[in-house]
Design a protein around this ligand. Structure first.
Ligand code: ADP
Ligand code: MG
Length: 406
């Protein structure tokens, strides 16, 4: 991805700046109490930067999946309070989905002030990327800033459509996400090891594929290890094998000498006959998985092998837990990875919703170099895809007017 203009490249004093943030945060079920505000915290540097330079800040985000209708439970109103607390200032809120009203609300704020708009996905034009909706949005400001990395894989109006109507640049969070992920993918300090796990091989096979081009080693774990193991002829009991991907998995394993990557599979696993937290379980070599057993974590011997590889590495990209880490019996593999990479002198980049949850469960967030705020977006980035919300921003050497049609 080419270098993009950022908030640092625009003159915002006295200007209205529309900032797309990712306030799609989790709530305690049935309440309007935010259970994890990381994404709000991550947006603060850009907001503070713009306020400090005399801009009026208009914030927009989506929350959940209202599918083009106003759903009170998915209002962004509860976020306003948290934001006001963090920024220690009053935040206006525009609760309307009518653009004349929104215009009026926005016109009332002055430089140094912030207004938060209601859920973008209450508007039918958001997810369909309707040009009329993008145009209406663009009339609210003089610049557009994308700081919503977690939504940048969506070609939606407030992410992509709007960039056709306003000079559009990256926010500080987006810039940091791109820089960290790109550094690892394009110019990693070696040895560079990728650790890939998670539930489904279908979700991750393209990531394995893309990383096999640059990584020195790839350590495989999680549910998807079953398909990889099975592709080498190993019987994996009642573990889920995604038949459609056996051929691809086998090819990746066999091609690995050509692409200079070594793809490492578990040699032992923790198995159980039931997918639940309390049933009996045991450890066995991968060659001895019983007919009724499924693999739920990597085993102790595998953990030793993976720990050794990681202790020799300089850069680690980690996506996907090694086992069902939510349950104690199957959390050791994931804990081992988290502990092994949480050390000085290692560049550690974490992507994927559950992987981030695991790192925070083990209390190791502060020990990692970069924790991505985007699940799906970071996955697509690691697959080597261009994200619509990033490619559509102005290139570093492009002038403001270029590509802006209205
Ligand atoms: P991420 O969100 O980090 O990208 P995924 O969504 O791919 O990760 O997978 C996370 C889920 O995979 C977790 O809920 C975890 O319990 C599950 N998982 C990991 N290993 C296994 C396994 N061996 N069998 C079944 N589920 C697994
Ligand atoms: Mg996930």
């Amino acid at each position: 991805m080419a270098d993009k203009k950022t908030v640092r490249d625009i003159e915002v004093s006295g200007k209205r700046v529309l900032v797309r943030v990712d306030f799609n945060v989790p709530f305690k079920p049935g309440t309007d109490e935010i259970s994890n505000a990381n994404r709000i915290v991550a947006s603060l540097p850009t907001i503070r930067y713009l306020l400090g330079r005399g801009a009026s800040v208009v914030l927009c985000s989506h929350l959940g999946r209202p599918r083009g209708r106003s759903i009170p439970e998915l209002s962004l109103r509860p976020i306003r309070g948290r934001l006001a607390q963090y920024l220690d200032m009053r935040i206006s809120f525009s609760e309307s989905t009518n653009f004349r009203r929104i215009q009026e609300d926005v016109s009332r704020i002055t430089p140094g002030e912030v207004i938060l708009l209601e859920n973008m996905r209450f508007h039918p034009g958001e997810e369909t990327n309707a040009p009329e909706f993008s145009k209406e949005l663009s009339d609210l400001a003089e610049f557009y800033v994308n700081d919503a990395f977690g939504a940048s894989h969506r070609a939606h109006a407030s992410i992509q459509g709007i960039t056709g109507f306003l000079p559009s640049v990256a926010g500080l969070l987006l810039e940091e996400e791109i820089r960290s992920l790109e550094k690892v993918l394009l110019d990693p300090l070696r040895p560079f090891v990728a650790v890939l796990g998670g539930a489904k091989v279908s979700d991750k096979i393209n990531v394995v594929n893309n990383l096999s081009l640059t990584a020195d080693k790839i350590l495989i774990g999680g549910g998807m290890a079953a398909t990889f193991l099975n592709s080498t002829g190993i019987f994996v009991g009642s573990s889920t094998v995604e038949e459609k991907f056996l051929e691809k998995a086998k090819k990746l394993l066999n091609n690995s000498p050509n692409t200079n990557v070594e793809i490492v599979l578990p040699v032992d696993v923790v198995v159980s006959a039931e997918f639940d937290s309390q049933s009996p379980y045991r450890t066995c070599p991968v060659s001895e998985i019983g007919e009724r057993e499924m693999l739920l974590d990597i085993g102790p011997q595998t953990r030793d092998i993976y720990a050794k590889v990681l202790s020799d590495s300089s850069t680690v990209l980690w996506n996907g837990p090694m086992g069902v880490f939510e349950w104690d019996h199957y959390s050791e593999g994931t804990r081992l990875i988290a502990n092994s990479i949480a050390r000085d002198g290692i560049v550690s980049v974490i992507g994927g919703g559950s992987t981030v949850d695991a790192v925070s469960k083990f209390g190791l967030e502060a020990r990692m170099t970069h924790i991505s705020t985007g699940g799906g977006a970071s996955l697509e980035f690691m697959e080597g895809k261009d994200l619509p919300g990033i490619v559509s921003l102005l290139d570093a050497d492009e002038s403001y007017e270029k590509g802006v049609s209205g």
